[in-house]
Design a protein around this ligand. Structure first.
Ligand code: ADP
Ligand code: ZN
Ligand code: ZN
Length: 728
């Protein structure tokens, strides 16, 4: 009797065995529905054997095996196995979370085809059918065949117009092999896509990758903003398409970069492209997944989780903005989509291109030490477009009023008079980050998190940006009763108010998470910017990423000093990346740009490197610091995270964990400490850092330790391992 070993979405580290009469080796990778306790669950068959540890009287039969779709490929299953081992997460949960929601249900996964997405096409066999042999009373049959002979294809709509029984007849044609269903081609635009000749630099880069297109290599493409990385991607994709292969393109957030998708569609108008992002419903997502699995979809554009898409014919992997934090999942399976993308390329023996203006220090270090190939684009692609000049405004000398210094105000004024756009960047939404009582020093704090409540003046609310809790403005200080409580510090709304005050005639637009909440808001904003309906933009990092605003010539940066002396060792890297991105918005087309940074530390090496647009300079300084201090990428880290109602419960769990850890010499365990955000949503958080110079030694230790932790943990603690943690 065959036994199927099934991965189920339950938090234990085993597969579950069931008897299945009709199972064979070819079923590995198919879904099965099985009884589990009193419920039915769906899982994936990871193995088919004849042996099991389960005693015969306890072995239950599987309810059914779903055979309507192709099984998951061995490569995808291998990827799931890797994730489970490397991230120390139960295999069943890895597998099931890697699938679209539709495939997690206990029902067969048929999807209704949207009538507009498919049409009927005559086959070679169908072409040979002699219509005169069909009896004249079969009018529908005759009419359909006649039309098919004329046009080759019939859409659902046309078929329905022809007769109410037309679809039935067409099904019969399909059964006879006369007709096949094919996806409707995307509307082909009449204009031929205009393909610019490559710049010299682009050409070198494209050639380097394309002469090695049939083999695995990791290419770090470090290109300044505006250097034309997208064009490099497009050329490499074109080459991959010409070989009939699929390209996986991972990007941080599709909704924020509609331009990229539009660029891709414009360049490859007849290519089957799917875009996988958070805006899709379950059916759309599953449909895209299936098209990828069948090999029909040739370009798969997606965010983090798209790295789990089945790609039977993968030829190229691209990770744009590879340094972006959103590639790291921050709960459940805490994977890095960038790292997994590299693994997928390796599995398929294809190149992977990591693109960025400011690579992560990890990738930069890998390129410097020749593990990756380093490619560079150092000039802007558009002729005459130059990099913006960057200056610091010393706010110890030029004091700010409502957040704005006089030199910045003057620069904004000049920009307005020249009818250019400007951007004031402050990475904090809301009116002010703190509500403060001047008499006693009380501040409004979230009762669920160890954080301050942010003042939102528009709706007279205080809101926690960590848990979403909101409350009304107090009339007076709850501690001392003084009614004189004041918002302290600046947020986007306050700067917006200050700008309105200073420039009453200017058209000012604020762009942050609050202003883009409504559907389509983001599209509207981008349109207004492009149509020059905006003079001054005030915004957060939402505006920093990948947008091309040709008329923007001035960027003002406020309050970036707060990240200069943070306790987080990645803070400088992130700040620099963010500022490089924002600065990159200025002067993209034919208008020279300038960037003004308000700071109390104009001599700081970070600003010095920024002024010279020299990422390499800063990267080298930061890497030297990290090497001295023993931080990644010079060590590998893992974090044991614990959460409990009570901080002592969390710390005790970690202390116990440390006590029975028995790390080998190569692995170092630190003391348990409270997390940077020590309380979140009412849960106290603490962690314990483990690190090693050897990834292998670290992994070996974690595997053993993980087992012990599981047997010791009390139900009062929620804990997890975070491998290569990004947040502390
Ligand atoms: P990046 O992603 O590197 O910041 P983009 O890909 O957005 O840069 O390119 C910046 C601008 O340069 C875009 O407007 C793009 O159309 C243009 N561009 C790219 N390559 C070329 C080229 N070879 N010739 C002319 N313009 C180009
Ligand atoms: Zn008070
Ligand atoms: Zn909160």
């Amino acid at each position: 009797m065959p036994i199927i070993r099934v991965a189920l979405n339950v938090p234990v580290d085993t597969l579950f065995d069931y008897a299945a009469n009709d199972a064979n080796q070819r079923d590995i990778g198919l879904r099965a529905c099985v009884p589990f306790g009193k419920k039915l669950l769906t899982g994936v068959i990871m193995d088919v054997t004849s042996e099991t540890q389960v005693s015969p009287e306890k072995l239950k039969p599987a309810t059914c095996i779903f055979r309507e779709n192709a099984p998951l490929s061995p490569a995808l299953l291998e990827l799931f196995h890797f994730c489970s081992h490397y991230y120390h997460h139960p295999l069943g949960m890895v597998v099931m979370n890697g699938l679209p929601a539709k495939l997690r249900s206990t029902k067969p996964s048929k999807i209704k085809k949207s009538p507009n997405s498919y049409q009927f096409s005559l086959t070679q066999l169908g072409l040979q059918v002699d219509i005169t042999t069909i009896p004249t009373k079969n009018t529908v049959k005759r009419r359909l065949l006649t039309q098919l002979n004329e046009t080759g294809v019939i859409s659902y709509q046309q078929a329905k117009q022809c007769s109410s029984s037309a679809l039935k007849t067409l099904k019969a044609f399909i059964a006879l092999g006369w007709v096949v269903e094919v996806p409707v081609q995307a509307a082909v635009s009449k204009d031929k896509p205009s393909i610019p000749p490559l710049t010299e630099e682009q050409e070198i880069v494209v050639n380097a990758v394309s002469t090695n297109i049939g083999q695995f290599n990791t290419w770090l493409l470090q290109g300044i903003t505006g250097s034309g990385k997208t064009e490099v991607y497009l050329r490499l994709i074109a080459q991959t398409l010409s070989q009939g292969k699929q390209t996986l393109v991972l990007i941080p957030e599709i909704s924020l970069t509609p331009q990229l998708e539009a660029n891709f569609r414009a360049r490859f108008p007849t290519t089957h492209l799917i875009s996988l992002h958070s805006g899709l419903n379950d059916t759309e997502r599953f449909s895209g997944w299936l098209q990828a699995q069948k090999g029909d979809a040739k370009i798969i554009l997606g965010t983090r989780s798209a790295v789990f898409t089945p790609l039977p014919n993968l030829g190229l992997v691209i990770v744009d903005e590879e340094q972006d934090n959103s590639f790291k999942q921050q709960d459940g399976l805490r994977y890095s989509a960038r790292d997994l993308a590299i693994l997928r390329a390796k599995q398929a023996n294809t190149p992977v291109v990591l693109g960025s203006a400011t690579p992560s220090l990890e990738s930069y270090h890998n390129a410097q030490s020749n593990r990756y190939h380093h490619l560079r684009l150092q000039t802007r692609a558009i002729k005459n477009a130059t990099l913006p000049t960057i200056h610091c405004i010393d706010t110890r000398i030029s004091k700010t009023k409502e957040g704005l210094s006089e030199p910045l105000v003057q620069a904004l004024k000049k920009c307005l008079s020249q009818k250019h756009q400007s951007l004031v960047f402050i990475n904090r939404r809301g009116y002010a980050p703190v509500l403060l009582c001047k008499s006693c020093g009380w501040t409004a704090n979230c009762h669920r998190c160890a954080s301050r409540l942010v003042v939102h003046l528009q709706n007279k609310k205080l809101s926690c940006h960590h848990c979403g809790h909101t409350e009304h403005f107090p009339r007076a200080c709850p501690d001392c009763g003084d009614p004189d409580i004041m918002p302290f510090g600046q947020g986007t709304q306050r700067i917006e108010d200050a700008l309105v005050e200073r420039f009453p005639d200017a058209r000012i637009l604020r762009v942050d998470r609050d202003s883009i909440r409504r559907k389509d808001a983001w599209q509207n904003i981008l349109r207004r910017i492009r149509n020059q309906e905006v003079d001054i933009l005030v915004g957060t990092q939402l505006l920093a990423k990948g947008h091309d605003f040709p008329n923007l010539s001035l960027v003002g940066i406020l309050n970036s000093d707060v990240s200069l002396y943070s306790t987080d060792f990645r803070a400088s890297e992130r700040l620099f990346i963010q500022l490089m991105q924002v600065a990159g918005r200025a002067g993209r087309a034919n208008i020279p740009g300038s960037v003004l940074i308000q700071t109390e530390f104009p001599e700081h090496p970070l600003y010095q490197a920024l002024k010279q647009h020299d990422y390499d300079l800063l990267a080298k300084i930061l890497l030297a610091e990290r090497k001295m201090a023993g931080f990644p990428p010079f060590v590998y880290q893992a974090l044991l995270r614990a959460e409990a109602h009570n901080i002592d419960t969390a710390l005790d769990f970690l202390t116990d964990g440390k006590r029975f850890a028995e790390p080998p010499q190569k692995v170092e365990l630190f003391d348990p400490v409270p997390a940077q955000l020590a309380r979140l949503k009412g849960q106290e958080r603490a962690h314990l850092l483990v690190q090693s110079h050897s990834r292998k030694a670290l992994q070996r230790f974690l595997t053993e330790w993980h087992k012990k932790l599981k047997s010791s943990a009390s139900s009062k603690v929620r804990w997890s391992l975070d491998i290569d943690p990004m947040e502390f």
